[in-house]
Ligand binder design. Structure first.
Ligand code: COS
Length: 380
């Protein structure tokens, strides 16, 4: 895909590739094992401008395009998918909606630190009874004259324990359904808000994920993002970008697994020669390469559509659906090529396979992506 990239985009990719090889990849297995949050890496990524890749420079970001953003997530995820996720959430689900929907004072107060890596954000939409049915949120934000009093529980919140601010969605008028949901910026140390225990996950283990419980959490009116009732649209708009980020993450994990499988096949000798010389293995590698290329192209199509303006909901859903299905196939084949050692923690492919699964689940399951794609087909 190199011929599709500008010199600037290639330079971004070179920078993040070098950083990932030197600073992210070496500790990835240990962080996964210990479920250790990569705080120091995030600080350095912030200094390089990668916490707000597409955020304009005047708000502390790098001011780059969406294609560059996908390259950043792709390269990071080749080294460590957990870091890829943390960065993707802060970029797509925090900085993007703050820039698009925030008032100038909100941007100065929250976006500038979030985009420059001084604050980390978490996106609080999901609830025990509102997963795929995101409009069914039960968390209530009741006006109290000065602002709002929020009560409710969120779950599966990425960055929940380590963030500085939450972008939180709550119903301000339940009778209005989807049109009665509003978005709020809530600092983590707000009284009445508590982060629950860290989920013990199958993969993406160095990114923390927990529930958030709110009991009479008071939020001033100036912390409402957008008008009352705009929350659902803000969430869906953020998720459109988020899905491109997750698709890029899947492409990165798959590329990482393919590279590992290729290297191992060249080294592993059976029947007197490296297994890479057997057509059975070469064909597997060829099929994996085709899948990674195809997914990366779909990511590129979605990102360029966003860069050119206009709605890209369907393109993002197509990229995420294909890439998350693809990464499972590719990581399974990579492990198969490794044989017995692939099933051990001595090689990174087992981690990559565990990390891959969740791309079919978070930021909209594959079933939701199919629903979005089918609905758009029916509207044609
Ligand atoms: N961008 C802008 N606006 C959007 C939008 C988008 N991508 N998607 C929906 N909207 C708007 C619609 O235009 C509609 O507005 P109007 O009433 O003014 O027409 C409103 O939001 C309601 O949309 P819709 O009718 O599509 O809502 P549904 O309840 O049918 O929900 C799905 C649609 C299923 C697509 C949505 O709930 C969804 O994405 N669910 C998955 C949630 C998710 O990804 N969770 C993961 C959380 S983060 S790990």
């Amino acid at each position: 895909m190199d011929h599709l990239l500008t010199e600037d985009q290639k330079m971004v990719r070179r920078t993040i590739r070098e950083f990932a090889a030197e600073k992210i990849q070496p500790g990835a297995a240990e962080r996964d094992e210990k479920e250790e949050f990569p705080a120091e890496i995030l600080k350095q990524l912030g200094e390089l401008g990668f916490m707000g890749v597409t955020t304009s420079e005047r708000y502390g970001g790098a001011g780059l395009d969406m294609v560059s953003y996908t390259l950043v997530i792709d390269e990071i995820s080749q080294a460590d998918a957990s870091v890829g996720l943390i960065i993707s959430v802060n970029n797509s689900l925090i900085c993007h909606p703050l820039e698009k929907f925030g008032r100038e004072e909100q941007k100065q107060k929250w976006l500038v630190p979030a985009a420059s890596g001084k604050m980390l954000g978490a996106f609080c939409l999901t609830e025990p009874d509102a997963g795929s049915d995101a409009a069914n949120i039960q968390t209530m934000a009741e006006p109290d004259g000065k602002g709002y009093v929020i009560n409710g529980t969120k779950n599966f919140i990425t960055n929940g324990q380590n963030c500085d601010l939450y972008l939180l969605f709550a119903a301000t008028d339940r009778a209005k359904g989807v049109g009665g949901i509003s978005a709020f910026i809530v600092p983590r140390n707000t009284e009445g808000l508590r982060a629950g225990a860290k989920e013990r996950k199958m993969g993406i283990r160095s990114s923390d994920c927990c529930s958030i419980v709110m009991e009479d959490v008071r939020v001033p009116v100036e912390n409402r993002l957008g008008d009352e009732g705009m929350g659902f649209k803000i969430a869906m708009t953020a998720l459109d970008s988020g899905r491109i980020g997750i698709a890029s993450q899947a492409v990165g994990v798959a590329q990482g697994a393919l590279d590992q499988a290729k290297a191992y096949a060249k080294l592993r000798v059976q029947f007197g020669r490296p297994i890479a010389e057997f057509q059975a293995i070469q064909f597997k590698l060829a099929d994996m390469d085709v899948l990674v290329h195809a997914a990366r192209m779909l990511v590129y199509l979605a990102a360029t559509k966003k860069d050119r303006g206009g709605r890209f909901t369907t393109e993002a859903a197509i990229a995420k659906l294909f890439a998350s299905d693809m990464v499972l196939k590719v990581t399974q084949e990579a492990l198969q090529i490794h044989g017995g050692v692939g099933y051990t923690k001595d090689y990174p492919v087992e981690r990559m396979l565990r990390d891959a699964k969740v791309t079919e689940i978070y930021e909209g399951t594959s079933e939701i992506q199919r629903f979005i794609i089918a609905r758009s087909l029916m509207q044609d």
